[in-house]
Design a protein. Structure first.
Length: 177
């Protein structure tokens, strides 16, 4: 499990290492055993979308996608240098993403294999998702299920992570083995 101290250290390092002109708010940094994901929020598009007229949703969406693409290309060399430093320092791959208004995209990310044993009723759930066209394979179906739980159980998962952190704190304060 990643401790709060580790999470704070990584977030602090990226906050200090990233150029100020890259973001309009602090980076969103998430970390697990394999990967550090850094999502940068850059300035939203403004009146430049369509001049004096009210821009359409399509025009704004395309302008945001274009700004994200330009940012990716313009910052690639420096981001890769920062990623190499962080990978050496934290022994994890670094993935990048950007948010412009309500447009968010990840450019790189790690897909880590996970092994699990499922009984027939759970396999049937996955097979139903595949047969319905929700997923291409059992692996995709399982990933879909995990995303769904993450979306709908965010508060519960946050509470569970807090409880695990509290247990780790109690263990550290206990007698040394």
């Amino acid at each position: 499990m990643i401790t709060d101290k580790e999470r704070e250290a990584v977030t602090g390092w990226f906050s200090g290492r990233l150029p100020d002109e890259w973001t309009v708010e602090p980076p969103r940094v998430s970390i697990d055993r394999e990967e550090v994901t850094v999502v940068l929020t850059i300035p939203d598009v403004g009146d430049e979308v369509s001049g004096d007229a009210e821009p359409s949703e399509v025009a704004v969406a395309e302008a945001r996608a274009g700004r994200a693409r330009a940012f990716r290309e313009d910052t690639r060399e420096r981001r890769m240098k920062i990623a190499r430093e962080a990978q050496h320092r934290y022994e994890r791959k670094v993935s990048w993403g950007v948010r412009v208004g309500d447009h968010e995209e990840l450019w790189t990310h790690v897909s880590a294999p996970v092994m699990t044993r499922l009984r027939q009723p759970q396999r049937q759930v996955l097979d139903t998702l595949v047969e319905a066209g929700v997923a291409r394979s059992r692996a995709d179906a399982l990933a879909w299920c995990v995303r769904l739980v993450g979306q709908h159980e965010g508060d519960w998962l946050a509470e569970l992570r807090d409880a695990m952190t509290a247990v780790d704190d109690v263990r550290r304060k206990g007698p040394a083995a």
